[in-house]
Unconditional design. Structure first.
Length: 700
């Protein structure tokens, strides 16, 4: 039995000593003695490591961060008695065997903090080492004895012995020699007590000795925890969804992928950086749905893009009416040149005439009458879609084929996937597929479109999904929004929200009846409450609000089932407002992260007040939104000035980045009035008063 495998340790912490004497002792003999006497293997070890964070489900899953983002690690570290305790943070890439080490700092009450910045995409491992530090205890107590006027002769000799032991553990000859010289100087009776006591406090030499703690005391938290490092767009992104077939250059014509290139400037103008396309594959002919989800279709009806597959091909093919693979490559290239990434819909389901149905009938569930089970959500029926049967005995072949679909589109230049209904497929499948994909392509991003139970949504995030849709679409009141975002803050280590005020499937009641102000309010909320958000356009910016029937969240004349022609030049379009909001997001680091969100009080429940504060206090954004789309609402704000980094005695400027207006405020209580027809919201940059060297004031 190796020391690391010994059952006597009751916690996650294990020893990882550097002591040469420790390594020279036969581990097997010590293990036998432990087994015979029922004594712990490391009885001399006195330190404890608890509550290491971030940690997701006791380390079962990785936390999430982005490249360059500081990973802050905390732990409770303490020992018995009064001896000094030291600890350090260790981190390394999953593919490396070498740990990087850095000191952790005490926060008080035995809590310690350290941090590191990942330099590479992929999985990073981290843990904490701690030990009772006899050398630091000696140095600390020596200073106390000196202040008390006590004799230091014996204490200096004891310190010299501790330093000599550290020299024996040193990894380099230079460090070893410097420590030996230090120890010799402390034990040199020819040097005055005062000089030796001063030398004992050498910070530089103490730091060298601290690199080589006593292995008998050293404890490491194991197993190491993991954090997945994604690229910045995983944390901060603005999505625009469009159906290419509705963007023909001629008013009555069907759009193609080449036509989409002509509309890229429109998307760029609004400031989006992800262009999300619903499925672009061939659409099934059999059981094709008509307009408004009519069970039957006419020959000219295009069908639902989510009914994937026909005689023209399946998941690795492009609908011939949209164009060719060369056309798709051209779109990806032109979008990239404009700073936009193309995201594809990943919908693992088939139409009845998909080639998979013919070639692999074992991948589908067969009913007692021999027909294949189509998708249902009783009483709703989707005869044009066959779900895969993941309990098939041929599940291995199915998994590998679906993984090859992802790999195929990565080879075509796609790195972002919006995954349709992932909660209807096994968790184990997604955990395998995403891990497999990201080992080869750590830059890949997967957005989970799972409007389902919270625990299911959170599990999908834990097993690897980069971002997730949320319940934001249905949270409208101040109480609902504050409660929901407090919940999201608790799962921030693994769940990245992507807020959508509308989708092709969801036209919320708030948008149906709130008029233009409702669209403005939901745009502001989505873009400022979270670092990632998206809209389904042009339906959103053109204020599409008619439901298929009363009580339905389906659009009338839904683009899912028919072609639409959009007048992008309509004077009531929200294009300019959305452009301004996205520009504000790009210029404010506070809005580019899901950290730093705080809610503030007001005396009117119709006013939602919240702030986002970046690591630099100078970038503080305060948002005030009138949630009532029909009436002017006013009230007094009660700001938490400490959360905003503002002196309560100092005047500060609130600059509305939407309207350009500027207000001078002082103290926590300030008045606002918001007319939904003209200004339903403020996005305020808070600027502090600064006195210049030339003795005049300005706002920073």
């Amino acid at each position: 039995m190796s020391p690391a495998a010994a059952p006597a340790l009751p916690t996650h912490a294990r020893g990882n000593g550097h002591s040469k004497a420790r390594r020279a002792q036969p581990a097997g003999a010590q293990a036998e003695l432990t087994a015979e006497t029922d004594l712990p293997l490391h009885g001399a070890r006195r330190v404890v490591i608890e509550r290491l964070s971030p940690q997701v489900d006791c380390g079962r899953f990785a936390a999430k961060r982005t490249l360059g983002e500081q990973v802050v690690v905390e732990a409770d570290v303490f020992g018995d008695g009064h001896d000094a305790v030291c600890c350090r943070l260790l981190h390394r890439s999953e593919t490396s065997s070498t740990w990087e080490r850095s000191a952790m700092s005490p926060l008080g009450n035995d809590r310690w903090r350290g941090s590191f910045r990942p330099l590479h995409l992929g999985r990073e491992l981290y843990t904490v080492e701690a030990w009772v530090d006899h050398l630091e205890t000696w140095r600390r107590d020596l200073l106390k004895r000196q202040d008390a006027g006590q004799d230091l002769t014996i204490d200096l000799l004891r310190g010299a012995a501790l330093i000599d032991e550290a020299a024996m553990r040193a990894a380099t000859d230079d460090d070893a020699q410097r420590l030996r010289n230090w120890g010799s100087a402390l034990s040199n009776g020819a040097v005055s007590i005062e000089e030796r006591a001063s030398l004992a406090q050498s910070e530089e030499l103490h730091q060298i000795a601290g690199r080589y703690p006593d292995g008998v005391q050293l404890l490491r938290y194991e197993p190491a925890l993991a954090v997945d490092i994604d690229r910045e767009r995983a944390r901060f992104s603005s999505w625009y969804e469009m159906f290419p077939r509705s963007f023909g250059r001629e008013a009555s014509g069907r759009g193609t992928l080449r036509d989409c290139v002509a509309y890229l400037p429109y998307v760029v103008r609004m400031g989006f950086d992800v262009l999300y396309l619903p499925p672009i594959h061939p659409i099934g002919e059999e059981e094709r749905k008509g307009p408004n989800n009519r069970p039957s279709s006419d020959p000219e009806d295009p069908g639902s893009p989510w009914a994937i597959g026909s005689t023209a091909g399946g998941h690795k093919s492009i609908d011939p009416q949209l164009g060719t693979m060369e056309d798709f490559h051209h779109l990806v290239k032109q979008a990239g040149a404009s700073g936009i990434e193309v995201a594809l819909d990943l919908a693992f389901q088939c139409s009845p005439d998909h080639p998979y149905v013919r070639e692999h009938p074992e991948w589908f569930l067969h009913r007692p009458d021999g027909t294949i089970q189509y998708a249902e959500n009783p009483p709703k029926k989707y005869q044009d879609i066959y779900p895969f049967y993941f309990e098939t005995p041929a599940w291995r072949e199915l998994w590998l084929e679906l993984a090859s679909v992802v790999e195929f589109w990565i080879e075509q230049g796609v790195r972002i996937f919006r995954v349709d209904n992932p909660h209807t497929k096994p968790f184990s499948f997604w955990e395998w597929l995403i891990a497999r994909t990201k080992r080869a392509h750590p830059e890949a991003i997967f957005l989970a479109e799972a409007f389902t139970r919270p625990k299911v949504m959170y599990r999908l995030a834990k097993i690897g999904f980069t971002q997730s849709y949320t319940y934001f679409t249905w949270r409208n009141s101040r109480a609902e929004l504050t409660e929901y975002f407090a919940e999201l803050a608790r799962v921030r280590d693994f769940f990245r929200p992507n807020l959508w005020p509308n989708t092709p499937d969801i036209l919320s009641e708030y948008l149906q009846f709130g008029g233009r102000p409702a669209f403005v309010v939901r745009a502001v909320l989505a873009a400022t409450l979270a670092a990632s958000y998206g809209i389904y356009g042009p339906a959103f910016e053109l204020l599409e609000h008619e439901p298929r029937e009363p009580g339905s969240e389906e659009y009338l004349n839904s683009e899912k089932y028919q072609l639409r022609q959009w007048n992008l030049d309509r004077p009531d379009s929200l294009v300019e407002l959305i452009s301004r909001i996205n520009r504000i997001r790009r210029e404010s680091t506070a809005l580019q992260s899901d950290t730093g969100l705080s809610f503030h009080s007001s005396d009117n429940d119709a006013l939602l007040v919240y702030s986002k504060v970046a690591a630099t206090p100078s970038d503080a954004i305060l948002v005030v939104v009138n949630l009532d789309p029909h009436h002017t609402q006013s009230g007094w704000l009660d700001l938490n000035l400490s959360a905003l980094g503002i002196d309560p005695e100092q005047t500060f400027q609130a600059h509305d980045l939407l309207s350009g207006s500027r207000f001078l405020w002082k103290g926590a209580r300030n008045y606002v009035a918001l007319d939904p027809q003209s200004s339903p919201a403020h996005i305020l940059r808070l600027r502090r008063r600064v006195r210049s060297e030339r003795d005049f004031d300005y706002f920073l």
